[in-house]
Design a protein around this ligand. Sequence first.
Ligand code: DGI
Ligand code: FE
Ligand code: FE
Length: 394
Amino acid sequence: MKRIGILGGSFDPVHTGHVNLAKDALVQAELDQVLLIPARLQPFKQNRTPASGEDRMEMLRLALEDEPAIAPDSYELEQEGVSYTYLTLRAMQERFGPDAKLYFITGADSVLMLESWMNSEELLTRYSYIAGSRPGYRDEELEKCVEHLHEEYGTEILRIHNQLFDISATEIREKLAAGESVDGLIPEKVAEYIRAHGLYRDRGDQPLQELQSRGLAYIRENLKHSRYEHTMRVRDEAIKLARRFGADAAKAETAAIYHDMAKNLPQDKMDELVREFGLDEKYLGNPNLAHSKLSACLMRRDFGITDTDLLNAVAYHTTGRAGMSLLEKIVFLADAIEPGRNYPSVHEIREIAQTDLDLACIRMLERTIAYLSKKGAFIDSDTKEALEDLMKDQ
Ligand code: DGI
Ligand code: FE
Ligand code: FE
């Protein structure tokens, strides 16, 4: 009779604990073969994006290259929806035939829970189990449980000693994201694969995506239609400029979405907020200057955004300032040249923006200062300093 071990899990990523458990089961329970079956993972049920099924299969293949009797199997990945253990075991029994004896390999904690699994009676009467745990771990409980299940259902549960199953995939992902060493925790070839494919990196774009959808929902509610449309054009322009000049396009997009979020607040509300946030009095009664500062304040207070560059790109999108970052320049310029703008020099500035970000910002600042002077309007010192600062490098 063939003895087959089945080890299920997320394997996101497979680690030394999994491999050792499979090896220990193979040897100690005298199995002919062990299958590692990665589960389908539902992205929206985790607060992270799991690695794809293909990546997890590939990592398993690499981890098990030197183990001829242990192999990954994509059965669950090929099924629709979430797989239940009883369905997977039914399918495996069918595959290996009635003469095969299936052992479901799991940890001590899961064995203690077996009776609460879906279709537990079928599971406990048809299949056998291998419980891996370090000696001493929940020993008595496990002993009682094994006895009880045997009496009640005739279930065969083998206990094996397994020291290393305590490794946690969450901890591994956190270490990888932080750039810390995972030596000994995952097979070297798996580590190489993760590096080569950029898996489990700390990518700012995951939270950014969420910020984008929250920002979009806010501006859809709170901005006039024409202002919303302007914002969408600024967003497209910011993405283009970011790609052109090598900035983070997702960040530029996020800043663009939020840049005018305070624009349609009534004047008295703006003044109230300028006081509440302790902003300079020069912003009182000046919505043109106040809205950019207030947008940044609301991003921080109401959306929990702490990225300084993102906040500054919004706070200085109207005036600019000395020492602007790449992202700040991009949002400033995107706002100035989005396709809906039609002041006299806009064509020239758009043309320059094809190749020279700084010069385009300079032309825009010169235009704003000339325009405000003509009107006799107050010119913010940041606007003048932005121009002076950029001129230094020309
Ligand atoms: O919010 P938007 O209409 O999309 O555009 P914006 O935030 O760039 O500018 C709003 C207005 O602010 C625009 O008419 C130009 C004006 N502005 C820019 N710099 C200054 C300024 N107004 C004053 N008073 N002082 C400035 O330095
Ligand atoms: Fe604005
Ligand atoms: Fe704008």
